[in-house]
Write a protein that binds this ligand. Structure first.
Ligand SMILES: Cc1cc2nc3c(=O)[nH]c(=O)nc-3n(C[C@H](O)[C@H](O)[C@H](O)COP(=O)(O)O)c2cc1C
Length: 247
């Protein structure tokens, strides 16, 4: 394994940070490293909002219900953004571009672009001994986040990213085995159950052995519980009112 692969294998989400704040230079370094990610047709359909206003941070914390949204070294909100592209066009051109801008295809482009930039940011942060945690929890009230951040049409918040100096060292969480997620040539799920069962055991072992928050649980049960409960059903209509994913 080289250093890069080792760094990737060493990832764990960090949810407890020291009080030390990131410098402006560090924020820039992380974002610019993020931006080196591949981007669909060079569209760069994302925007990154740095939250330095403590009142906004507190409100985002309230929406998410997670203390590390407020207590971190720096908080980003990552948005899918097609407004930059729309802004290039004249009023007449805007009308004819609408069909593309509002397509499911461009919704995928923007959300994938945003995810790639963010994952690069996480790797950059981890490479300089910082930790990070994605925060989908800000979508608990996506309309309120939209208002809070004054997002225009064609811009939607996807998640937050808390970054900072780790104040705990959680164990690395196991992933599904290679055999469970990898297919050759065509999709074939027929032999996968044994690997899911192996993962259930590995994850249960991880939960029992880790240094905090021990519990008896496994992946199958977690997923069945999770997908049983309708969650954030307001996101679909919100996204459409912002002109994403309409056809
Ligand atoms: C898009 C996305 C949203 C997430 N949202 C949250 C969140 O709101 N709160 C949280 O504590 N962790 C969140 N996570 C972190 C995952 O729970 C975590 O990555 C997963 O359990 C695997 O653990 P690990 O990152 O420590 O390996 C999110 C991760 C992703 C990719």
């Amino acid at each position: 394994m080289n250093e890069t692969i080792q760094l990737l294998h060493n990832h764990r989400s960090i949810r407890k940070f020291s009080k030390e704040q990131l410098s402006k230079e560090m924020v820039r370094t992380i974002v610019e490293a993020g931006q080196r990610a591949s981007t669909s047709s060079n569209v760069m359909a994302y925007s990154i909002i740095g939250i330095t206003d403590i009142n906004i941070k507190k409100q985002l914390q309230k929406i998410s219900g997670q203390p590390y949204v407020e207590h971190n070294g720096y908080l980003f909100v990552i948005c899918a953004d097609l407004s930059r592209i729309e802004g290039l066009a004249s009023a007449e051109e805007k009308e004819s571009m609408k069909i593309n801008l509002e397509s499911t295809e461009q919704f995928i482009v923007a959300t994938v672009d945003a995810a790639l930039v963010t994952q690069n940011m996480v790797i950059a942060a981890e490479s300089i001994d910082l930790g990070a945690c994605f925060l989908g929890s800000i979508r608990n009230d996506i309309n309120q986040v939209d208002e809070l951040l004054e997002l225009p049409q064609y811009v939607i918040p996807l998640y937050g990213l808390a970054v900072g100096y780790p104040d705990h060292q959680p164990e690395v969480k196991p992933r599904l085995p290679f055999e469970a997620v990898f297919h050759e040539n065509t999709y074939d799920n027929s032999q996968k159950q044994q690997y899911i069962e192996a993962y259930d055991e590995a994850l249960n072992h991880y939960y029992q052995e880790r240094s905090t928050n021990n519990k008896l649980d496994n992946w199958t049960n977690q997923m069945l519980r999770k997908y049983h409960v309708p969650t954030r059903m307001d996101v679909a209509s919100y996204v459409q009112t912002k002109h994403f994913n309409k056809h």
